[in-house]
Design a protein around this ligand. Structure first.
Ligand SMILES: N[C@@H](CCC(=O)N[C@@H](CS)C(=O)NCC(=O)O)C(=O)O
Length: 241
């Protein structure tokens, strides 16, 4: 999977065709992977524009006010931002297959878990900037504690996925960070993560890798590791990714 990242000086892409959506993304961004998973799960055809986040095109701040990715253009001049809001937008605009549980109570519980997921992924930002293994080792207990409710939910649920027999919104919204966990483990072999405490989540991760929507965007741990390492060292070159 190789993409060209638009940068300063590059022209704005042609106006969106009627009925299409355009995702402004960045191949390695976990937030942008969220809508890519939803788009794939629903079989929606879309344009993808990858942005060089170190050298953004001048026009990009008129797409997203903070010039972040992802952003979804849904019509001329109409843009939805924030990964979770984009996922919700896609789920209501393209209802098939529905990704949230039909039962309102279960849906509410999944949303609560998704809110709590912040505690799992915030330490990831720390790992992205780490230049010392110690920094990564320090976040292990916090991440492990924050993952507990997810392990328990899968055990209680009795299905392969949070969504049941196929992945649902909660599965897709947390997957990008699970995918990158393996990269972190590759980079820091000395890391002692208590994997034995998370048998359900480990099985979930393996099952997710077989899902067609996940397969459409998954990248090898070594590729993520290369990106993370260069990001932390400050040697990232978007023209050589
Ligand atoms: N809360 C946002 C976070 C998006 C975000 O932080 N994206 C990063 C890339 S992974 C970004 O655009 N960074 C560029 C910048 O901050 O200038 C979401 O969920 O969409």
């Amino acid at each position: 999977m190789s993409v060209r990242f638009l940068q300063k000086g590059d022209p704005r892409p042609a106006p969106l065709q009627a009925g299409k959506v355009r995702l402004y993304s960045m191949l390695f961004c976990p937030y942008a992977q969220r809508p890519r998973l939803v788009l794939a799960a629903k079989g929606i055809s879309y344009d993808e524009v990858d942005i060089n986040l170190q050298n953004k095109p001048e026009w990009y701040s008129s797409v997203h006010p903070e010039a972040k990715v992802p952003a979804l253009e849904v019509g001329r001049g109409r843009v939805v931002i924030e990964s979770l809001d984009i996922a919700e937008y896609l789920d209501s605009k393209f209802p098939e297959p529905p990704l949230w549980p039909a039962d309102p109570e279960t849906k509410a519980r999944h949303k609560l878990l998704l809110d709590q997921f912040e505690k799992v992924y915030m330490p990831y930002v720390q790992c992205m900037r780490a230049t010392e293994p110690q920094t990564v080792m320090e976040v292990v207990p916090t991440v492990a504690a924050a993952m507990r409710p997810f392990e328990d939910k899968l055990a209680e649920n009795g299905h392969k996925f949070f969504g049941g027999e196929r992945p649902g919104m909660l599965d897709y919204m947390i997957w990008p960070w699970a995918e990158r966990c393996e990269a972190i483990r590759t980079m820091y072999p000395q890391l002692k993560f208590p994997t034995e405490e998370f048998p359900q989540l480990l099985a979930w991760g393996e099952a997710m890798k077989e899902d067609p929507a996940v397969r459409a965007s998954i990248m090898k741990p070594e590729r993520h590791a290369d990106f993370i390492r260069k990001f932390a060292e400050g040697t990232l070159d978007y023209n050589d990714l």
